[in-house]
Design a protein around this ligand. Structure first.
Ligand code: SF4
Length: 393
């Protein structure tokens, strides 16, 4: 595992070796074969060459064709002439006092995203929180990323790269057969993944492929603010675990703190959760609930939360997240006593409701704190995007 300094001092860790136009990262097998055919690899070798590239990219994690040891030198030179498998620039890599790691990556067009690794208590495994967009069109009031304008969707390559970079830094190549350090993934970083569904789907299929990274779909969770029409597709086409950023139990409060609720109100969202393909008691839907003092944390809110989950008969667990303040935020974290009381009420109703301990606060890596400097979309463009997403009318 690479040693990095503690604290918030940025560290330039690596220079870019990524060439977006020529990268093989993020391509599916058919696309790799097609590229190889384009550069003259004979038809009868295509399947074997594609498997070799895939193995070295996603099982061994190499960053240079030179390291593809069972590929002939001539072939390696040919691959290097036309393609790249390098990484983006890592402009900051930080480690929190609690072991949380955050990487700020810069892509060749200048856009930046953050990726966070959160070790569990024992520190022998952990979860990687991957971003899906540069910025976000949604403007959830409690979220730092929501104050950043959407610049663009991330490509499949840029989504997969976040995983590869984390594995590089954790020193976890080749793919372990058991006892993984990077043991699960949540699509919960910057952006709304269901507004970038096709690219997320392609990237997650690569991450799940059993000839490479081979992370089980049961170890992957996609978190949405509630883009109802895409939820069914998510269950049917990638069948990963689902998490919902709920954060309120009535439309008035949710409209206020999560404007997407005006487009897809609670009733529609909960019905889509009930119908989510694959949701069952053994595979519950997670409801994220950020605890905002005097906004959504009353005893009545707890009662309504239980009532709604039972009314819609959703196999559910609730994650209570004490609000993580960020510069300029208008909310306060609920009192510890009230968070505990809220949690106990939900537990008492037979629904798991652990309180998530804030992680990586000292490096602004905690939930809702991510934000890069890529703020290039003009206000008019943002309004246009929000209108097309149906967030505003
Ligand atoms: S909580 Fe998620 S969907 Fe809402 S603004 Fe933040 S990144 Fe966007």
């Amino acid at each position: 595992m690479q040693t990095l300094p503690l604290g918030t001092e940025p560290t330039v860790v690596s220079r870019p070796t990524l060439d977006v136009d020529r990268t093989m990262v993020g391509l599916d097998r058919a696309e790799i074969s097609a590229r190889l055919r384009d550069v003259g690899i004979p038809e009868k070798q295509l399947k074997m060459r594609t498997s070799q590239v895939w193995h070295w990219l996603y099982y061994r994690g190499v960053k240079s064709f030179d390291n593809m040891l069972n590929v002939s030198k001539d072939m390696r030179e040919k691959l290097a002439e036309y393609f790249t498998i390098g990484r983006p620039e890592i402009i900051e890599a930080m480690v929190s006092k609690d072991g949380t790691r955050k990487w700020l990556m810069k892509f060749p067009d200048g856009n930046e995203v953050e990726t966070v690794f959160i070790p569990d208590e024992a520190k022998d495994r952990g979860t990687l929180c991957i971003s899906s967009q540069v910025g976000c069109t949604l403007t959830c009031k409690f979220c730092h990323t929501g104050t950043q304008r959407l610049v663009r969707n991330l490509t499949p390559a840029e989504i997969v790269m976040q995983f590869l970079v984390a594995r590089d830094h954790l020193g976890e190549w080749p793919t372990p057969t058991g006892g993984r350090i990077l043991s699960s993934v949540v699509m919960m970083g910057m952006g709304e993944p269901l507004y970038n569904f096709d690219n997320i789907k392609k990237a997650l299929k690569i991450i799940m492929d059993d000839q490479g990274i081979a992370l089980s779909r049961r170890r992957i969770t996609l978190s949405t603010s509630g883009v109802v029409p895409e939820m069914k597709r998510c269950g049917e086409e990638i069948n990963v675990n689902l998490a919902i950023s709920l954060h309120a139990v009535n439309n008035a409060v949710r409209d206020e703190i999560m404007p997407i609720n005006k487009k897809y109100p609670l009733e529609d969202l909960l019905a889509a959760c009930r119908d989510y393909p694959g949701a069952k008691t053994s595979r519950r839907i997670t409801f994220e609930y950020i605890m905002l003092k005097d906004i959504n944390d009353s005893d009545e809110d707890a009662r309504n939360l239980v009532r709604l989950l039972k009314q819609y008969d959703i196999p559910a667990k609730v994650n209570l997240i004490p609000f993580n303040p960020w510069p300029g935020s208008n909310y306060q974290r609920s009192d510890d006593k009230q968070i505990k009381r809220f949690s106990e009420y939900i537990f008492g109703a037979g629904i798991s409701a652990p309180i998530r301990s804030p992680r990586g606060e000292d490096i602004l890596a905690a939930c809702g704190q991510l934000k890069s400097e890529s703020e290039k979309m003009r206000k008019s463009e943002l309004l246009k995007q929000q209108k097309s997403d149906g967030v505003i009318s």
